[in-house]
Design a protein around this ligand. Structure first.
Ligand code: FES
Ligand SMILES: [Fe+2]
Length: 439
């Protein structure tokens, strides 16, 4: 349970808010690269309650500018890409990717007024199939060397999904291990002989249909601080002398890495980025280390229950068909097949769970139990980081020196280990193994 003041600190993300200041200290994904191809149209985007426009100039350089023209406020996303920048349609002012005003054709010849004008602009980089922006003050930190960005592009699948709630509650779902055994339950998993997650046999590396693991049992939890945020260890019985260990990552402040459904060896990195305080984008980066993911995701290895862009589940690219406004098309007559009566798609279940909490969950009314250990720990870490920013310090996970920019042990996976194993040792061993496959 939080006080109202704490809940406000963590959920308010607009300009000038302490929580918004924290989020702005980290590189954030703002668009998919596929949305802004060379020669493509300028893209209006709303991020952290700021109206922006993303565009490529004729040389292919990306610019992220304030959307409203500093002259008299017309929307620059309608503008013309020409003459080295983006030109406002109203009176022809021209801006380069850095926000510099290059021309004001309606001003008197020889006027230097344009030199006094600079449109708001944010640094952007393209990584892993997405465009990331730094929207904070001062020199941007180093772009974090997460492994999603170290593999060739065909090993990473980037996507985004619209979510109708505050970013924090969707983020908290990523380190809430107890929900999986309820919310995502489906008929196949109730059949012990074919124990699978929906239609998945693996949820990470361990073949849970072969191993003596009940991944739906409630795990024992342990959390430990890490340079990027936190590691969450889920521990379950793994059969005689074995422990089934599942490691999940919380990356400050709105990032998680989950051992995942990519098939083969890899994991999924997820950013929940506020559009405003009531809706957000979920950016997902699925990494498969041992093979190009483009092949895997269209085949049986990529389970139908999580297969992206399935038209049965998605309306266009970015929206679920099953939404809050249609009660997720819940059909209670299907309760025998799926726990929710909402079909087998995991992200629909998650959308229901987090969006139905209200657009901003009132955390003064909740009652956290033992399985919410990581949620409480992450909130405390975020509140400390907000205080750090207010006091002029870099928050946890912001990297400024190349020697600190090493995240090879920021991995999420599952594994069967001997009882009594040292979990830190296990993480090091898996990090060594996966680190070797870095291209
Ligand atoms: S409003 Fe953009 S040039 Fe006048
Ligand atoms: Fe979930």
């Amino acid at each position: 349970m939080l006080t109202k003041e704490q809940n406000d600190l963590l959920t308010q993300t607009g300009p000038g808010t302490p929580g918004g200041a924290l989020l702005r200290r980290y590189w954030q994904p703002v668009a998919l690269a596929s949305e802004i191809p060379l020669g493509g149209d300028p893209l209006p985007i709303d991020i952290l309650s700021e109206a922006l426009v993303l565009f490529r100039d004729e040389d292919g350089r990306l610019g992220l500018l304030g959307r409203h023209c500093p002259h008299r406020g017309a929307d620059l996303s309608y503008g013309r890409v020409e003459d080295g920048g983006l030109r406002c349609l109203y009176h022809g002012w021209l801006f380069d990717v850095g926000g510099k005003c290059l021309e004001q054709p309606a001003e008197p010849k020889g006027s230097t007024f344009k030199d006094k004008i600079c449109q708001k602009s944010y640094p952007v980089v393209e990584r892993g199939g997405a465009v990331f922006a730094y929207m904070g003050p001062g020199e941007p930190p180093l772009f974090p060397a997460y492994d999603f960005f170290a593999y060739p592009p065909e090993h990473v699948f980037a996507r985004k999904l619209f979510k109708e709630c505050n970013y924090l509650q969707a983020n908290e779902g990523n380190y809430d291990p107890a929900h999986v055994g309820f919310l995502h339950r489906s008929s196949q998993m109730l059949n012990r002989s074919g124990l699978v997650f929906g239609d998945m046999r693996k949820f990470g590396r361990v073949d849970i249909s072969d191993a003596a693991v009940d991944p739906f049992s409630v795990p024992a939890l342990k959390v430990e601080d890490a340079p990027f945020g936190m590691r969450i260890f889920q521990v379950r019985d793994g059969g005689p002398d074995k422990t089934y260990l599942r490691v999940t990552t919380f990356g400050m402040p709105n990032f998680s890495v989950i051992a995942g459904p990519q098939g083969g060896d890899g994991h999924v990195g997820i950013w929940h980025v506020p559009i405003n305080d009531h809706v957000h984008w979920r950016f997902g980066f699925t990494l498969r280390r041992d093979a190009p993911i483009a092949q895997a995701r269209e085949t049986d290895e990529f389970a139908p229950s999580i297969r992206p862009r399935d038209p049965q589940y998605f309306d266009g690219e970015f929206h679920h068909r099953q939404q809050l406004r249609n009660r997720y098309l819940q059909d209670r007559s299907t309760f025998a097949d799926s726990y929710t009566g909402m079909g087998s798609h995991f992200s629909v279940h998650d959308a229901f769970a987090t969006e139905s909490q209200g657009s901003i969950q009132d955390r003064t009314q909740e009652h956290l139990g033992r399985t919410d250990l990581a949620i409480g720990a992450a909130r405390r870490m975020m509140l400390r980081a907000i205080a750090d920013v207010q006091e002029g310090r870099d928050p946890v996970g912001v990297v400024r020196s190349p020697s600190d920019n090493d995240f090879r042990d920021m991995i999420s996976f599952d594994v069967l280990v001997e009882n009594g194993s040292d979990y830190a040792e296990v993480v090091r061993a898996v990090a060594d193994e996966t680190g070797r496959t870095l291209a």
